[in-house]
Design a protein around this ligand. Structure first.
Ligand SMILES: [Zn+2]
Ligand SMILES: [Zn+2]
Length: 184
């Protein structure tokens, strides 16, 4: 997604894109590493607007991904959504201003400062970064996922097992056994 600066009117302009994840090199790499799999295109909508000599791009992205649960290893689908507000500028000083003023309702993570050359703003790389940030570091199929039993490997979301898995219990079990083995 890119636009010539002269094509951005004072009041801003809405831009939409729907591009396959493979078109973004880093996302393609993530998919290859098995970190996640993108199902369908990356949807982006944003409003590009000149703000104090910079181009503000405010919008959101959405994508469907398949992830591996860190606890139970199940593969599950997740809808990624992420709002962003980015500033594109030729000059670093001006954009530093925007960083402090711009982020009232968005966290610092959502505010990006990007420099561009020439008269075309290319949003591709910045969008890619936002997608990467939207992918959870520690994906869970459900907040209360019970995970796998460390002893028997059963998926505890699906079935219970008889294993005594608490670590402290484990230690006591050893003591108990010692007692039992004592001659009476
Ligand atoms: Zn899980
Ligand atoms: Zn078990």
């Amino acid at each position: 997604m890119k636009i010539k600066i002269d094509h951005i009117p004072e009041e801003g302009i809405m831009l939409w894109s729907k591009e396959e994840a493979e078109l973004y090199p880093v996302l393609a790499e993530m998919a290859q590493d098995g970190e996640c799999r993108f199902e369908g295109p990356i949807h982006v909508s944003l409003r590009a607007k000149p703000v104090r000599g910079m181009i503000e791009a405010k919008g959101q992205l959405a994508a469907e991904v398949r992830l591996n649960c860190r606890r139970c290893l199940a593969i599950f689908s997740s809808a990624l959504k992420r709002p962003f507000r980015l500033y594109f500028t030729h000059e670093m000083d001006e954009c530093a201003d925007a960083a402090t003023e711009g982020g009232a309702e968005l966290s610092a993570d959502d505010v990006g400062l990007i420099q561009f050359k020439g008269d075309v703003v290319d949003f591709t790389e910045a969008i890619q970064e936002q997608v990467v940030l939207a992918v959870p570091d520690w994906p869970l199929c459900a907040q209360d996922c019970r995970g796998l039993c460390p002893r028997c490997g059963r998926n505890l979301n699906q079935e219970k097992c008889q294993c005594d898995t608490a670590i402290s219990d484990d230690r006591f079990a050893v003591l108990k056994n010692l007692k039992i083995e004592k001659p009476t």
